[in-house]
Design a protein around this ligand. Structure first.
Ligand code: 0RA
Length: 656
C-alpha cells in the first residue's frame, strides 16, 4: 500500500470486450485509459508489466530463463530476455516483418505461437503494441539466427523497416521504451512498485530469474539492483508474505497439480492471527475480487476440514454443541494465509476492476484438487491437523462473542437517521459524492477542524487517542472499540449480512472522501498507519474505490511583518527565509508539530481547503506486498520494523 499524490479518485471501469477489436494504435493514443486502465502512475507501471509479460510467456513456453528489467537514468525502461527472439520473417498476410506486426498491431501477441496458449498477460492483456503506441520512442531488438535485428518507433509508428544492425551468438528480445509525457500524468518510475511486481512474478513462476536495476542515482549517488528468483514458487511466496507472523506449525501445505486441464498451484500456512489472507492469481494476474477459483478453494477447505473434525475430533465438537456454537466457513479460514495460482486458457474476467474470475468450470477443478490434497495432508499429519481444528474451534467460539458485540453496535446506533456518533460534526450535504469526512487525531485538533471547515460538505470525527491495532486482536475486540464503532456508524457502513457475517455493505456510504488528518510527527504517522491498517483489514473496498486519503498539514510557518508563507518541506522553508531577506530578528519561523497549534483559519487554508490542500490518496498497488508490510509494521517482531522505518523515514515528513 502506498500513497499517491492525487486529489481526485480515479475509477476506471470499461468493458474489456471492447478491446477485442483490432484497431489502429491511434485508438490507443486517443483513449489510453481504455487499454491500460489509467494514465496515472498505475498506467505508467502497467507498461512495464505488459512488456515483461511477453518474456514471461516465452519462459513459460520453456525457452527463456532470464529477464532483465532496467530503469534508465532518463526513466526509460529496458526489458531483455534470453528467449527465442520475436520472429522477424515476413508475415504472409501483412507483408511486413512479424516483429513489426507484433509491435504495431493490437493483439498480435499470440498469433505466431500455435503450440501453447498465452498464460500470462497484463490485467488488460493488450500486448506490447499498446506500450509502443503510448511511448514517445521505442526500440525493439531481436537476437536471432546469429544476427541482431532492430526497428524503432515514435508513438507506435515505425521509423524504418526492420533491419540488421549486427551479429550475435545469443538469442532473445530487447525492448526499450520512453513513455510519452504528453499522455501520462507522470513518467517517473517508482522502484518499489516494480520490485514488488517482479518479486511476485518470480514467486508465481518458479525457476525464472528476474533482475531489476535502477540506474538513477540516489542521494548518495548509488544505483541499485535486485535479483528475484524462486526455486520453490508458491511455497516460498506464502512463507514470504506470512513471514512476520507466528505459525501454528512450520509446514506449508502445498498443492501442485492439474485438474480438467487447469494447472493449479496452492500454498497454505496457518498462523496465530485472526485474519484471512488469500492472495489469488489467474494467469499471473492478482484477482483481487476473487471468483470461481476462490469459491472452489473455500468450499473444499470447509468440507474437508469439517469432515476431518467430524471423524477425528468428536469430543471437541460435542463441547461446542453444548454451548450452541456452530462452526461456520469463516472459522476455517481464521489465521489462514494462502496463495492460489491457476492458469486458465480463456479466462473470463468480471467485476468492477475486471479482477474476478467468472469461469464456472474452474470452481469444480479447484475444489477437487484441494479436497484430495488436503484430506491426504490431514491424514498424514495428525499433529498439524489437531492444531488446525483447535484453532477453528477457538475461532467459532470467538465469533459468537463477536456477533454479540456487533449486535450491540448496531443496536446502539441504528444506521437509519439519527443514530450518528455524538462526536461527529456532520456536514449539511447529503450527497456522498461531494461529502468529506475528516478523521482527526485528538479532541483539540478536532475543535480547530470543526471551526475551520466548510460545514456544507465537510464533516469532522475526532478520534481520541490511538485507535486499536487490529493486527493484534480478535475480530470482536475490533467491533467493541468505541473509536472504530464511531467510524462505522459515521460512514454508514454496515457489517454482516445473513450469508456472511463479515460482509461489508457500503451501499449507504455517506462520504466519498475519508481523510485521515493527524499531526506531522511520529505519533501522527503511527496513527495514520493504525487507521490505514484498520481500513486495509476491515474496509478494503473503501480503499479500492479510491475513497481513503491522508491530509498533509504544513510543517512550518515563515512570517515577516504582515507577510507569511506555509511550508511543507525544508527546501520551501529555506526559500521563504531567503525571499524575506534572510534570517533576522523580525523574521519568525514557526514549526508546527500538532494540528492543535494551528488556528482554525490556518488549518482551513493549508490543509482542508480543496483549493490549496494536497491530499494523498491511499492505494493498494500490490495486495501481497501490503499484507506483508502491515503484518510487519503492526506485528510483534521488532528488527524488521526498525529496518523498514529507517529505510523509509526519508519519504515521510517525520521528525521526532
Ligand atoms: C512467438 C514465437 C516465437 C517467439 C516469440 C513469440 C517471442 C515473443 C517475445 C516477446 C518478448 N520476448 C519474446 N520472445 C519470444 C518464436 C518461434 C520460433 O522460434 O519458432
Amino acid at each position: 500500500m502506498s500513497e499517491v499524490e492525487e486529489t481526485t479518485p480515479q475509477n476506471n471501469n470499461y468493458g474489456a470486450n471492447s478491446i477485442q477489436v483490432l484497431e489502429g494504435l491511434e485508438a490507443v493514443r486517443k483513449r489510453p485509459a481504455m487499454y491500460i486502465g489509467d494514465i496515472s502512475e498505475k498506467g505508467l507501471h502497467h507498461l512495464v508489466y505488459e512488456t515483461v509479460d511477453n518474456s514471461i510467456d516465452e519462459a513459460l513456453a520453456g525457452y527463456c530463463t532470464h529477464i532483465e528489467v532496467t530503469i534508465g537514468e532518463d526513466n526509460s525502461i529496458t526489458v531483455v530476455d534470453n528467449g527465442r527472439g520475436i520472429p522477424v520473417d515476413m508475415h504472409p498476410k501483412e507483408h511486413k516483418s512479424a516483429l513489426e506486426v507484433v509491435m504495431t498491431v493490437l493483439h498480435a501477441g499470440g498469433k505466431f505461437d500455435k503450440g501453447s496458449y498465452k498464460v500470462s498477460g497484463g490485467l488488460h492483456g493488450v500486448g506490447v503494441s499498446c506500450v509502443n503506441a503510448l511511448s514517445k520512442h521505442m526500440t525493439s531488438q531481436v537476437y536471432r539466427n546469429g544476427k541482431i535485428y532492430q526497428q524503432e518507433y515514435e508513438k507506435g509508428k515505425p521509423l524504418y523497416d526492420v533491419k540488421e544492425v549486427g551479429t550475435t551468438d545469443k538469442t532473445g528480445t530487447r525492448q526499450q521504451f520512453w513513455p510519452d509525457d504528453t499522455i501520462f500524468t507522470t513518467t517517473i518510475y517508482k522502484y518499489e512498485i516494480l520490485a514488488n511486481r517482479m518479486r511476485e512474478l518470480a514467486f508465481l513462476n518458479a525457476g525464472i530469474t528476474i533482475t531489476l536495476t535502477d540506474l538513477r542515482p540516489d542521494e548518495e549517488g548509488n544505483t541499485r539492483t535486485e535479483t528475484f528468483y524462486s526455486k520453490e514458487g508458491l511455497r516460498e511466496f506464502v512463507r514470504y508474505v506470512d513471514g512476520n507472523r507466528t505459525h501454528l506449525f512450520d509446514d506449508v501445505i502445498y498443492i501442485n497439480t492439474e485438474k480438467q486441464g487447469t494447472p493449479i498451484e496452492i500454498a497454505v500456512m496457518y498462523n496465530d492471527g485472526y485474519s484471512e489472507n488469500i492472495h489469488s492469481y489467474v494467469n499471473n494476474i492478482n484477482t483481487i475480487e476473487g471468483g470461481t477459483h476462490l469459491q472452489g478453494f473455500r468450499m473444499a477447505l470447509t468440507r474437508t476440514l469439517k469432515k476431518y473434525a467430524d471423524d477425528n475430533c468428536k469430543r471437541d465438537l460435542e463441547k461446542l454443541e453444548k454451548n450452541h456454537i456452530e462452526i461456520s466457513g469463516e472459522d476455517f479460514r481464521e489465521g489462514l494465509t494462502a496463495v492460489i495460482s491457476i492458469k486458465v486458457a480463456e479466462p473470463q474476467f468480471e467485476g468492477q476492476t475486471k479482477t474476478k474470475l467468472g469461469n464456472s468450470e474452474v470452481a469444480g477443478a479447484v475444489q477437487q484438487a484441494v479436497g484430495e490434497a488436503l484430506a491426504n495432508y490431514l491424514e498424514e499429519h495428525p499433529t498439524e491437523a489437531q492444531r488446525i481444528v483447535g484453532k477453528v474451534i477457538l475461532a467459532a467460539t470467538a465469533r459468537v462473542a463477536a456477533r454479540k458485540a456487533r449486535e450491540t453496535v448496531q443496536r446502539k446506533s441504528p444506521l437509519s437517521g439519527g443514530g450518528l456518533p455524538g462526536k461527529l460534526a456532520d456536514c449539511s450535504s447529503k450527497d456522498p459524492a461531494e461529502s468529506e469526512l475528516f478523521l482527526v487525531e485528538g479532541d483539540s485538533a478536532g475543535g480547530s477542524a470543526k471551526q475551520g471547515r466548510d460545514r456544507k460538505f465537510q464533516a469532522i470525527l475526532p478520534l481520541r487517542g490511538k485507535i486499536l491495532n487490529v493486527e493484534k486482536v480478535m475480530r470482536h475486540r475490533v467491533y467493541e472499540s468505541d473509536a472504530i464503532r464511531d467510524i462505522y456508524t459515521a460512514l454508514g457502513v454496515h457489517v454482516g449480512t445473513k450469508d456472511d457475517p463479515d460482509a461489508l455493505d457500503t451501499s449507504n456510504l455517506r462520504y466519498h472522501k475519508i481523510i485521515i488528518m493527524t499531526d506531522a510527527d511520529v505519533d501522527g504517522s503511527h496513527i495514520d498507519t493504525l487507521i490505514m491498517t484498520f481500513f486495509f483489514r476491515f474496509m478494503r473496498e473503501v480503499i479500492e474505490m479510491g475513497y481513503l486519503y491522508i491530509a498533509t498539514p504544513p510543517l512550518y510557518l515563515v512570517k515577516k511583518g504582515n507577510k507569511q508563507q506555509y511550508c511543507w518541506t525544508e527546501q520551501q522553508r529555506q526559500q521563504a527565509i531567503e525571499e524575506y531577506g534572510g534570517n533576522d530578528s523580525k523574521l519568525k519561523v514557526q514549526r508546527y508539530k500538532g494540528l492543535g497549534e494551528m488556528n482554525a483559519e490556518d488549518l482551513w487554508d493549508t490543509t482542508m481547503n480543496p483549493e490549496n490542500r494536497t491530499l494523498r490518496q491511499v492505494t493498494i498497488e500490490n495486495a501481497a506486498a501490503a499484507d506483508y508490510i502491515f503484518s510487519m509494521l503492526m506485528g510483534d517482531d521488532v528488527p524488521p520494523r526498525r529496518e523498514f522505518i529507517e529505510k523509509n523515514a526519508k519519504y515521510a515528513n517525520i521528525d521526532a
